[in-house]
Ligand binder design. Structure first.
Ligand code: UDP
Ligand code: MG
Length: 197
């Protein structure tokens, strides 16, 4: 019998801007053996590299709340997965639209085991308040202002929501009430994560 090669395990982490994806992922990695890869953080890091050919494009897309072409985001994620030499990943903030799903499906999906999707469900008004607070406190993010936020929310509703629906139909989604304070939310996250250790 041929032995099955171990495929890396992946959990997608999705939710509106400010829903707490990054905050909860940080908590998860302190208790569970997963590597946190934030697509947004990888893009922000790529943008700062002086000889990146994508710097300007990423800048524009982020400020406009638009979703960069999947070749860029998925390429960064693939690199980070490969370079980590680990085999369990929380992929935070990806996939956000159909282009992302298509690129991932074409390139990566068959080589990994998608365990589930954590969906942080939070009223948009609360999400906006959190991002504005984060911006005011000096998040340093060029997109934590009212103008960019409006666009990010618009993008989330029109492009990302349908993707979450799609995974929900496939019975892959765990919906978590993300409106509570971070420690309370994490109680629920832990219950879900304990199924995947
Ligand atoms: N972004 C993107 N593709 C991705 C992830 C992020 O284009 O796969 C861009 C997009 O412009 C988004 C921004 O990066 O608005 C910030 O994403 P992040 O996940 O950091 O922010 P959040 O979801 O917390 O608003
Ligand atoms: Mg984030």
């Amino acid at each position: 019998m041929m032995s099955k090669v171990m495929r890396p395990k992946v959990i997608f982490v999705l939710g509106a801007p400010g829903a707490g994806k990054g905050t909860q992922c940080s908590k998860i990695v302190s208790d569970f053996n997963y590597v946190h890869l934030s697509a947004g953080d990888l893009l922000r890091e790529e943008r700062t590299k002086p000889n990146s050919q994508y710097g300007k494009l990423i800048d524009t897309y982020l400020k406009e709340g638009k979703i960069v072409p999947v070749a860029i985001s998925c390429g960064l994620l693939k690199n980070a997965m490969f370079e980590s030499h680990k085999e369990r990943f929380l992929i935070d903030g990806f996939p956000r639209n159909q282009d992302n799903v298509d690129g991932w499906t074409k390139d990566v999906a068959d080589h990994v085991d998608l365990q589930c999707v954590l969906f942080f469900d939070c009223p948009l008004e609360e999400c906006v308040n959190r991002c504005l607070k984060r911006g005011a406190e000096g998040s340093g993010r060029s997109d934590d202002n009212e103008e960019s936020l409006r666009k990010r929310i618009e993008t989330y509703l029109s492009q990302t929501s349908p993707i979450i629906q799609h995974y929900n139909m496939l019975k892959l989604v765990h919906t978590i009430d993300a409106s509570k304070d971070p420690d309370k939310v994490y109680e629920d996250v832990k219950k879900v994560m304990s199924k995947y250790i």
